[in-house]
Write a protein that binds this ligand. Structure first.
Ligand code: TRP
Length: 325
C-alpha cells in the first residue's frame, strides 16, 4: 500500500513564490508517488484576526493556486478542512490526552501571543492539536512542511504515540518531508520570503516588469568585494535565488564574476527576473483557465471533499470505538 501524505496551507490571501517553491512544488512531486490529501486549512486560518467577508474568496484562491500549480484531482484529494467536520471531532478527542502545559510552551503559540496580545484565544492554543488531527485523521505518514513547523510535528508524533499506548495501535507517527526549494530567501536581504514583509516577496501572478521592479530594490554591494559569496545578506540571497531558478551553470558563472570583482548586479537581476518569470508564466496562464471554469472547480471541490469525508469517517469509527464512545 502507498504511504499517505497530508499537507495544508492557511487561507491568508494569495500564495507567493516562497510558498510555491517550498510547499506546492513538494506536493507536485508527491502526488505521483503517494496517496495525497492537500488541504486548505481554513479552521487554522481563523485563529488570528481575519475578515469573514473575504475568507471564502481566500479559500477558493488557494484551491485555484493548487490546481494551477498542477495538483491533479485525479491523483490527489483537494480538501477544504472545514468541509470535513471529522477534523474538529478528532481534535477534541485528541485534546483530552494532551497536556495544556506543553501547548503553552510552544514557540509558535508564544509568537502569536506576542503578535496579537488582544487575540489570545483557545483556538490558538489548540492549533497544534487540530493540526495533529488533520494528519492523523487520514493516517498520514509524510508531511511536507517547512522547518518552522517542526515543533508542531513533534506534538503530532507525541499525540500519536500516546493514543496508541492508551487505546491500542491506531496511528502512524508522521514525519516531516523536506522539499528542495523549501527555503526561498527574502528579496530584502534578511530571512525568508514572507507575505508579511513588504519588499520581500514575488507574487505568483507578477508579470516580468513587476518581477524586475521588485528585484531592482533588492540590496547588493559595490561589486568589488571579491572572494567567496557572503553567507547572508542581500548578495547571498540573490545567489540563492539564482541557483534555485536559473540553475547551476548560470549560478557558477556569476559566482566566478563575483570572485573576479567583475560582477554586474544589473545583469544578474535581469537573468534572475527572466528565470523566475519563466517558472511562473505557465502557472499564471493555467490559473486564468481555472478561474474562468467555475463549474469544473466547484465539481472538484465537491467530489474531493466527499471522498475525504468518507476516508475520515473510517478513522473516526475506529477511534470512537477504541476510546469507548
Ligand atoms: N501549520 C501549518 C502552517 O502554518 C498549516 C497546517 C495546518 C498544516 N494543518 C496542517 C500543514 C497539517 C501540514 C499538515 O504552515
Amino acid at each position: 500500500m502507498k504511504k499517505r501524505v497530508y499537507s495544508g496551507i492557511r487561507a491568508t490571501g494569495r500564495l507567493h513564490l516562497g510558498n510555491y517553491m517550498g510547499a506546492v512544488k513538494g506536493m507536485l512531486e508527491l502526488q505521483d508517488k503517494y496517496d495525497c490529501v492537500f488541504s486548505v486549512v481554513d479552521l487554522h486560518t481563523i485563529t488570528v484576526p481575519y475578515e469573514p467577508d473575504t475568507l471564502g474568496v481566500s479559500i477558493r484562491n488557494i484551491v485555484l493556486d493548487y490546481l494551477a500549480a498542477g495538483l491533479d484531482p485525479k491523483k490527489c484529494l483537494l480538501e477544504i478542512q472545514s468541509r470535513v467536520p471529522q477534523h474538529t471531532e478528532l481534535a477534541y478527542l485528541l485534546s483530552t490526552i494532551y497536556p495544556v502545559s506543553r501547548l503553552e510552551d510552544l514557540p509558535t503559540y508564544k509568537d502569536k501571543k506576542a503578535q496579537y496580545p488582544k487575540y489570545v484565544n483557545m483556538g490558538l492554543l489548540y492549533y497544534p492539536v487540530l493540526m495533529a488531527a488533520d494528519v492523523l485523521l487520514y493516517k498520514g505518514e509524510l508531511v511536507p512542511v517547512g522547518i518552522d513547523q517542526k515543533p508542531h510535528l513533534e506534538v503530532m508524533r507525541e499525540i500519536a504515540r500516546k493514543f496508541n499506548s492508551m487505546f491500542g495501535d491506531t496511528f502512524p507517527e508522521p514525519v516531516r518531508f523536506k522539499t528542495p526549494g523549501e527555503y526561498v530567501p527574502s528579496l530584502s536581504g534578511t530571512g525568508k520570503m514572507s507575505k508579511s514583509i513588504e519588499g520581500s516577496f514575488i507574487n505568483l501572478t507578477d508579470d516580468l516588469a513587476t518581477i524586475q521592479k521588485r528585484l531592482a530594490s533588492a540590496p547588493t554591494d559595490s561589486g568589488e568585494v571579491g572572494g567567496d559569496i557572503p553567507e547572508s545578506g542581500g548578495v547571498a540571497n540573490l545567489f540563492s535565488l539564482l541557483r534555485l531558478f536559473a540553475g547551476k551553470e548560470v549560478y557558477s558563472k556569476f559566482m566566478q564574476d563575483y570572485k573576479d570583482k567583475k560582477i554586474r548586479y544589473s545583469e544578474l537581476k535581469e537573468v534572475l527576473a527572466n528565470a523566475i518569470f519563466k517558472e511562473l508564466k505557465p502557472f499564471a496562464e493555467k490559473r486564468k483557465e481555472f478561474e474562468a471554469n467555475t463549474k469544473l472547480v466547484d465539481e472538484v471541490i465537491e467530489s474531493s471533499n466527499n471522498a475525504c469525508r468518507q476516508l475520515a469517517e473510517e478513522t473516526m469509527r475506529e477511534v470512537r470505538e477504541k476510546m469507548g464512545l
